[in-house]
Ligand binder design. Structure first.
Ligand SMILES: NC(=O)c1ccc[n+]([C@@H]2O[C@H](COP(=O)([O-])OP(=O)(O)OC[C@H]3O[C@@H](n4cnc5c(N)ncnc54)[C@H](O)[C@@H]3O)[C@@H](O)[C@H]2O)c1
Length: 436
């Protein structure tokens, strides 16, 4: 069994390796490291172990890398931050990907996605995920050089095999194909199997919006959401996005997990040593928990809406919808078939299903963008309950975050994230991340 250790030690968890086909070795080693660390942490350290998927198959070593160091994530309650320039964050991530033999173009595509998430304030899907991608690439459970292939095509649709490539590589390819079709026949609907974690669902909707199209994207993910009334997870956080362009560079961009929150937000709460709000996660008995460590260790998030009393079954239904349109429709893994994924990487290909939809609004009533601007202002101009907090539209928070990053001159990363980066730089023998 692989494990995640959630602990406040100042020392990075000792790295170790998948050596000579001995995958079990890592697991034993990780367990030993966790024990040692719990002892070292003393009373400041509340260690929790999240038991993840049973490992049945040993992964292949990456011929390019040989024995690679796999670390488990060391989560601190320390929440001090450092400022990192956006370009430096991108540079660091590109270097990391290229160090595990990802071709430069693919490395840039994946890094652009991750840095955009941090820039937009979705830290759960930015550099926070880097180590997981690197570990997957290093043990060959993701193919960084893969090129997606079209399996079946009509003027408006395509079924694509992502060939186990990086999520952004598969996602960009599929959305670009959907855009091309929408520009030709009004709509493009592309389903991908054989994909990997593709980060922010909104990234792909934005790609369509840049072309004046309405964009949508959804992906299934590793099981983490308990169906309403269940003690165990059977759906992922399964995000969906809808982007609609408006005039004067305005837009509506809904980009959301169908769980109450993305799992990364539980990780972030835990890293800050902060409690979880009600309705985010369950304990092993299926009750709501406010304990971030327990919530993360249990691995059972609540659907959007929370419990049955607060209509959580609607979020459960939306999560199922995403899986039907992505996993089931694409012939990819779905529901509990999807592998578990931890910071140590995973031992098999993810085979995620994803869907990318582009629609040309000009196929319908004229002046869509003008009406969108009016629509947006009608929502934003409603009377706020708190006069100091204007009513927002989907995408506004992220825009505000980007403005704040620009004003600050960089992205504020938590100290613990920077420690993970320092450890990665050492392992991969690349230039460390610079911060102010
Ligand atoms: N690839 C994956 O496996 C995966 C899984 C889950 C989530 N994600 C991504 O994680 C990111 C975070 O997801 P999340 O659900 O935690 O997002 P969130 O809850 O922060 O925001 C969801 C949406 O609500 C909007 N919003 C936020 N506050 C608002 C307000 N006050 N008024 C109006 N609109 C508001 C945001 O603009 C956003 O569109 C997303 O980019 C999502 O795609 C990815």
């Amino acid at each position: 069994m692989t494990s995640l250790t959630l602990c406040c030690s100042r020392r990075a968890i000792a790295a170790n390796a998948y050596v000579n086909g001995n995958w079990r070795f890592i697991q034993t080693l990780q367990r030993r490291q966790q024990l040692q660390q719990q002892q070292q942490c003393g009373r400041h350290c509340a260690a929790a172990t999240a038991t993840a998927a049973a490992t049945t198959t040993a992964p292949k070593t990456n011929a390019n890398i040989g024995a690679f160091t796999i670390s488990t994530r060391n989560m601190s309650s320390c929440s001090s931050q450092q400022l990192v320039a956006v370009d430096e964050s991108r540079r660091f991530m590109i270097d990391c990907f290229m160090a595990v033999k990802v071709p430069e173009e693919n490395a840039r595509a994946q890094a652009d996605l991750l840095v955009a998430a941090d820039y937009r304030g979705h830290f759960s899907h930015g550099m926070n995920r880097l180590e997981m991608y690197i570990n997957d690439l290093a043990i060959n459970s993701t193919n960084g050089a893969a090129e997606p292939q079209v399996l079946k095509e009509t003027p408006a649709t395509a079924w694509v095999d992502g060939c186990n490539g990086l999520g952004a590589v598969v996602g960009n390819y599929c959305m670009d194909l959907a855009i091309k079709k929408a520009k030709t026949v009004g709509v493009g609907w592309v389903c991908a199997k054989g994909s990997n974690h593709y980060g922010m669902a909104g990234w792909y909707a934005m790609r369509a919006m840049k072309q004046g199209l309405v964009g949508m994207s959804m992906t299934n993910t590793s099981p983490l959401m308990a169906p309403t009334g269940a003690k165990e997870a059977a759906l992922g956080t399964n995000p969906l996005s809808l982007g609609a362009p408006a005039s004067n560079s305005d837009q509506f961009l809904l980009d959301m997990a169908t769980t109450a929150v993305a799992v990364g937000k539980i990780e972030i709460q835990n890293r800050k040593g902060a409690p979880l709000p009600d309705g985010w996660a369950q304990d092993p008995n299926g009750n709501v928990t406010n304990d971030a460590k327990l919530g993360f260790a249990t691995g059972c998030l609540m659907p959007l809406g929370g419990s049955e009393l607060t209509s959580g079954y609607k979020g459960y239904g939306l999560g199922a919808m995403v899986d039907i349109l992505s996993g089931v429709m694409a012939g990819a893994k779905y529901s509990t078939q999807v592998r578990k994924w931890t910071h140590a990487g995973a031992n098999s290909a993810a085979d995620l299903g994803q869907v990318f939809i582009a629609v040309d609004p000009n196929c319908f009533a004229p002046e869509f963008e003008e009406r969108m601007t009016d629509f947006n202002s009608r929502l934003r101009n409603t009377t706020p309950t708190d006069p100091k907090k204007p009513v927002l539209l989907a995408g506004d928070k992220e825009k505000n975050n980007m403005k704040a990053v620009d004003a600050a001159g960089g992205i504020q990363y938590l100290e613990n994230q920077l420690k993970t980066c320092a450890a990665l730089a050492e392992k991969l023998k690349i230039k460390p991340l610079s911060f102010n």
